[in-house]
Design a binder for this molecule. Sequence first.
Ligand SMILES: Nc1ncnc2c1ncn2[C@@H]1O[C@H](COP(=O)(O)OP(=O)(O)OP(=O)(O)O)[C@@H](O)[C@H]1O
Ligand SMILES: [Mg+2]
Length: 254
Amino acid sequence: MSRVIGILSGKGGVGKTTITANLSSALSLKFNKKVTVIDCNMTTSHLGMHFGIFFYPKTFNDFLKGNAEIKDVVFPHGTGVNIIPASLNLSDLVGIDMAHIKEKLEDALSNDDFVFLDIAPGFGKEAVSAMKACQEAILVTTPDLPSVTDAIKAKAVLDQMKINTTGLVINKISGKKFELKKEEIMQMINLPVIAEIPFSFDFVESLSNKTPLVVYKSNSNASIEIFKLASYISGESYKPKRNLIQMIMKIFKP
Ligand SMILES: Nc1ncnc2c1ncn2[C@@H]1O[C@H](COP(=O)(O)OP(=O)(O)OP(=O)(O)O)[C@@H](O)[C@H]1O
Ligand SMILES: [Mg+2]
C-alpha cells in the first residue's frame, strides 16, 4: 500500500519540484524504496526536466483525458524513480480534469512505497484538485514572510480537506540575519519542521546538468539534508558521512 504525499507550498518558486525530484531519488537510491512521482503542475510543468527528460511519448495529460492507462505514462529513470510527466504542450491542457484521480491513482500505484504529487502553486482549481488526491502533505516554504503566509493558507486548506500535513520543509536557508528563523516560522505555523535545506547553487547547477543533486553531488551539505528528510519520511535510519571541512563548518554553523 503506497503513501500518496503531496508536495505543496502556496507560494510559487520555493522549491517544490526540486524537493520532489531529490526526495524521491534519495528514497529510491539510499533506502531502496519504490517511488513514483507525478507532475500535477499541469500548466507550468518542470518535473521531467529535473531528471533530464523533456519529451515523452505519452503523459499524465493523456491519462487524465482517458487516452492512456497509467502504465503507459510511467517512465522509469536511472535513479529507480518512476516518473509520470505532464505535457509541456499548452494545447494538451484542453479537457484535463484532476478532480477524481484519487481512487484511480491509489489502485494503479498500490505497489509503490511512495507516490509524490508535485503540486502547482496557489489555490486555483489545478492545485486544489491535486490536493484532493493526497493522503498526506509536505509543505515547503522559504524563510520569508510571503512564503510562510502562503504556507499557512495551504495548511488551512489541507485542514479543511482533512488531509494531514506531515511537516514543513524550510528551503533556501542562507543564514542571513534578515531571514525568518526556524523558531519564528514554527510560531507562525504550528507544524514540525522536518527539514532545513540550505540555499545552494548546487541545486541550480544540478538542474542545468539534468540530474537530481543527490546524484550529482551526493556528499554536498544540501544532499545530506535531503537524505535526512528521506530518512524521516521512510523511518529508515541514516547517518551522514561528512568530510572534515563539513564537520568543522557544522560546529560553527549548526
Ligand atoms: N535550496 C535551494 N537553493 C538554491 N536554489 C534552489 C533551492 N531549491 C530550489 N532552488 C531553485 O529555485 C528555483 C525554483 O525551484 P522549483 O522549481 O523547485 O520551485 P517550485 O516551488 O517547484 O516552483 P513552482 O511553484 O513554479 O512550481 C529553481 O531554479 C531551483 O533550482
Ligand atoms: Mg514546481
